[in-house]
Ligand binder design. Structure first.
Ligand code: GCO
Ligand code: MG
Length: 412
């Protein structure tokens, strides 16, 4: 089943998405997500200029061989641009294979291990009343697990707060909580770790007091702490029984997690900016994390996601795949198929795309009573409306950055 066309489609219904669309000689199509938030066009070039010529004429059935060929023949390993490009090819090939077999991709991965995927959404508010409203809104939409982010006294703008959110009156969906700003230059935010460390435990105490002990709560540290600061935060949050504390230290310093573990039993999740199975090797083997935060899109696709989870299963480490709105509906579908099939599923992040995005990407997935299901349409269950996509040309967008009070650039 030869690949006869490979098109790279860029569209920006609410934010930029990069999608690879493969067509085979018998007319089957497959989609793959190649979106790298804030650096989208680098992946477009990697695909168009370097990968597409290698795909034409290849057998679409040979997923593993194509993955290994793209990874090894490039010689230059890893990195988000390379791995997003390979991810898109891998997902598109699984999509094609599912369609050829007449089965949803999760069937090809071993079949369903559960009836649905527990999802968590992003509640946020600058102050407590706003945050409580946001938690309630999420509960009304069915969410049974909720991530909590708040403002910090003295800081004007901080990661994870829906200050720029827009509200879709038709669907009741709030979207674009995510930090990417359309425009010519990135937004500058401010940061003060001491103030953050003092404030966050008081927020979780208030949330537990308001919503009780049952509701699973999550929090994202977004790589901003030193090892000892992260250990302090993880320890101080223990009374509030978090489902997980995410990205408490910078992703490059994996050994930092040893120190956090020595001090705390708060479960840890990491890996949304990791690119390969190898990035997880040591921290899974030493049981320094509890949840794998990899995304299908920045991690080389479905094939490596399944591999890392099979490895993690030996250490009772579970999945918590990265599902913000900058993962397209195609990337999200890829994660849902893996999550449904593996035994060691934990939770799926699900922020919800806006109505315009849903018109560009028609999806078979469902979200019912807090549980996701990818649907039973053959392949990934996502089709792209090309005319709709064509209405929204690329718009330059940057992620923000932080400075400390003395002007030093800091992780945001
Ligand atoms: C998350 C992530 C996102 C990232 C975003 C950057 O936990 O969902 O931290 O919010 O900031 O994906 O593009
Ligand atoms: Mg995160």
């Amino acid at each position: 089943m030869k690949i006869v066309a490979a098109d790279v489609i860029v569209t920006s219904p609410h934010r930029n998405f990069v999608t690879l669309r493969l067509t085979t000689e018998d007319g089957l199509t497959g989609l793959g997500d190649a979106t790298l938030n804030g650096r989208e066009l680098a992946v477009v070039s990697y695909l168009r200029d370097h990968v597409v010529p290698l795909l034409i004429g290849r057998d679409a059935h040979r997923i593993e061989d194509t993955w290994q060929f793209l990874y090894r023949s490039a010689y230059w390993r890893r990195g988000p641009v390379t791995m997003a490009a390979i991810a898109a090819v891998d997902m598109a090939l699984w999509d094609v294979k599912g369609k050829a077999a007449g089965m949803p991709v999760y069937q090809l991965l071993g079949g369903a291990s559960r009836s649905g995927l527990l999802a968590y959404g992003h509640a946020s508010g600058k102050e407590l009343p706003e945050l409580f409203d946001s938690v309630r809104e999420h509960q009304e939409k069915g969410y049974q697990a909720i991530r909590v982010q708040t403002g910090v006294p003295g800081l004007k703008s901080i990661y994870g707060i829906a200050s720029n959110a827009t509200f879709d009156g038709n669907t009741g969906v709030r979207y674009d909580h995510e930090p990417a700003q359309r425009g010519d230059l990135p937004n500058e935010e401010d940061w003060d770790t001491r103030s953050y460390l003092r404030h966050v435990p008081t927020v979780f105490e208030a949330v537990r007091h308001e919503f009780g002990p049952e509701l699973p709560l999550l929090h994202d540290g977004h790589h901003r702490m030193t090892p000892i600061q992260a250990a302090r935060l993880a320890k101080s949050l223990e009374p509030y029984d978090l489902f997980w504390l995410e990205d408490c230290t910078p992703a490059e310093n994996q050994e930092a997690l040893r120190l956090v573990r020595q001090h705390s039993i708060t479960p840890l999740a990491i890996g949304e900016i990791f690119n390969t199975v190898w990035d997880f090797q040591m921290i899974i083997r030493e049981q320094l994390i509890d949840y794998v935060r990899a995304a299908s899109t920045h991690f080389g696709g479905i094939s490596p996601l399944k591999k890392v989870m099979d490895y993690a299963a030996q250490y009772q480490v579970r999945s918590g795949f990265h599902g913000p709105t900058d993962i397209s509906p195609v990337g999200l579908a890829a994660q849902m198929h893996v999550g449904l099939a593996i035994h060691n599923f934990g939770i799926q992040e699900y922020m919800q795309h806006g109505a315009r995005t849903d018109e560009v990407f028609r999806q078979s997935m469902t979200f019912t009573d807090g549980f996701l299901h990818p649907g039973d349409t053959p392949g990934l269950g996502v089709e792209m409306e090309l005319d709709e996509a064509g209405k929204y040309p690329y718009q330059r967008a940057y992620l923000p950055y932080n400075r400390l009070a003395d002007g030093t650039v800091h992780d945001w």
